[in-house]
Design a protein around this ligand. Structure first.
Ligand SMILES: [Zn+2]
Length: 121
């Protein structure tokens, strides 16, 4: 549920119903890349679109396209593999990738996405 008090003192415009589906389908939160959720403003036709994880309106924190996130994930995955390879050179005791204990995959999260999240991106 969206915390409407988070908009107190914020000059927000909201989104027209015709924009909501496209935004929710094509964009994610700029902070954590989680999916976006629309909330209709009570007694109005406009919507606030907020992050499903942060719970903050994208008018406050922004949104990025899923295509951009996909590109960032691929870049991060390549970097992750390079770093792991270097770690194995530096620390011979790391013999197998399976020695890395991953956190469980979140709903809809790819393994690459999990790697990126675990690296703190
Ligand atoms: Zn978020």
């Amino acid at each position: 549920m969206f915390d409407w008090s988070s908009l107190d003192g914020i000059d927000f415009e909201g989104f027209d119903p015709s924009e909501v589906r496209s935004i929710v389908t094509n964009y994610v939160c700029s902070h954590c890349y989680a999916t976006l959720v629309p909330f209709q403003v009570p007694n109005d036709r406009i919507y606030v679109i907020a992050c499903s994880e942060c719970g903050v309106s994208i008018e406050q924190i922004g949104a990025v396209s899923k295509n951009t996130v996909s590109i960032r994930y691929e870049q991060a995955n390549r970097e992750f593999k390079r770093v792991i390879t270097n770690l194995k050179d530096l620390y011979p005791s790391i013999q197998h990738m399976s020695a890395i204990q991953h956190t469980p995959l979140r709903e809809g999260e790819t393994e690459t996405g999990r790697n990126v999240r675990e690296l703190g991106f």
